[in-house]
Write a protein that binds this ligand. Structure first.
Ligand SMILES: C[S@@+](CC[C@H](N)C(=O)[O-])C[C@H]1O[C@@H](n2cnc3c(N)ncnc32)[C@H](O)[C@@H]1O
Length: 336
């Protein structure tokens, strides 16, 4: 499996250019907010997220050996004496101007005070507690614990996403993968995004590639509505949004590439293969326990065999840790 240790990249610029580069990183949504901007001598380092280096061509990219982290420590400081040390969250995510935090079962009685502390250290309008996702639609179970509002605009990789955190999921951990796929798309390709959501993959593909057409299929009307808004927001004209179950509405024989961005979608592999032209690439996602780490590859190979097709595994990559001992992985396979 590809190395997945967290990347601590930063753009190193002379002080005089720091503000300009910071603004660019913010605008593109690629500034790593978990680390602080640091200055050494005449140079400033602006932390950026994994795979964002290509936005800073001509600048020096460094791997930070001693990154300075922000926020987490101050959350601990604010909550010391109010919340038992071991129940203070060590991690949370910022989506646009909303903070989303997961709390240990025992920390829930302190939800309000934790929410207020998070509002103190983040310029945000609301804090939501995330109780996980359920069903094939991956609907989040969320509770408002401070502030108000659930709709926000998140920027990443030069794309804008309008999102309602109370209604649809958003995984910041998939950010690098979304950009990786967009970069693989070659000029003139037709792409099918079988689990489009609010446009997680479709929007970056439309923004960063010269795809001829992207069929974006989404079953949940709430996500579909946001997908339509995001198409407008990013001013892209090559996405064909389709509301429906991809098992039934996926066009056949049209695609150079199919994105299966759902971690429980092995039952849809045949549909994905049918969507391809004579030859094409499938990006198949799965949440798989470490003990059966080769299961996703086996499933792709089996589906191809059943359909009388051959396949060549182009890549197998960990996207992120899903839960203890379970990985979210992606298989890239050429099918012909
Ligand atoms: C939550 S997204 C996956 C997240 C995404 N890969 C990312 O980068 O963050 C999966 C989407 O697939 C949709 N979905 C589930 N089953 C579907 C189906 N049969 N047809 C079309 N869309 C489906 C869900 O409603 C959801 O919006």
């Amino acid at each position: 499996m590809a190395n997945s240790s967290p990347c601590m990249k930063a753009v190193r610029v002379p002080k005089s250019e720091a503000e300009q580069v910071r603004r660019l990183a913010e605008k593109l949504g690629v500034k790593d907010k978990s680390r602080r901007i640091t200055a050494t001598g005449d140079y400033v380092e602006i932390p950026i997220i994994d795979s964002a280096e290509s936005f800073f061509k001509g600048y020096t990219i460094v791997e930070q050996d001693n990154p300075v982290f922000s926020r987490k420590r101050s959350l601990r400081e604010i909550l010391r004496g109010k919340v038992p040390e071991e129940l203070i969250p060590t991690n949370y995510k910022v989506i646009g101007d909303i903070v989303v935090v997961k709390l240990d079962e025992r920390a829930r009685e302190y939800a309000k005070v934790i929410g207020e502390a998070l509002m103190q250290i983040n310029p945000c309008k609301a804090v939501w507690c995330d109780y996980g996702r359920y069903g094939m639609k991956r609907k989040p179970r969320m509770e408002l614990i401070a502030g108000e509002g659930s709709v926000t605009e998140h920027r990443e990789n030069g794309c804008r996403f309008r999102i309602d955190v109370a209604k649809v999921m958003f995984s910041l951990g998939n950010q690098a993968e979304r950009m990786r796929i967009a970069r693989l798309v070659e000029d003139g390709e037709v792409v099918v995004d079988m689990f489009a959501g609010i446009g997680y993959f479709s929007i970056p593909i439309a923004v960063h590639s010269k795809a001829r057409r992207i069929y974006s299929i989404e079953i949940n009307p709430e996500s579909y509505k946001l997908l339509l808004e995001n198409i407008k927001l990013n001013d892209v004209g090559n996405i064909v949004p389709i509301l429906g179950d991809s098992q039934f509405v996926t066009p056949e024989g049209v695609a150079d590439r199919v994105v299966m961005g759902h971690i429980y979608c092995h039952d849809y592999l045949h549909t994905a293969i049918r969507a391809l032209k004579e030859r094409g690439v499938v990006h198949y996602h799965e949440a798989t326990p470490e003990a059966v780490i080769d299961r996703p590859v086996r499933r792709v190979e089996k589906a191809c065999r059943k359909m009388g097709k051959k396949c060549r595994i182009l890549g197998f990559k960990k996207v992120k840790n899903y839960s203890p001992g379970v990985y979210h992985v992606v298989v890239d396979a050429e099918v012909y």
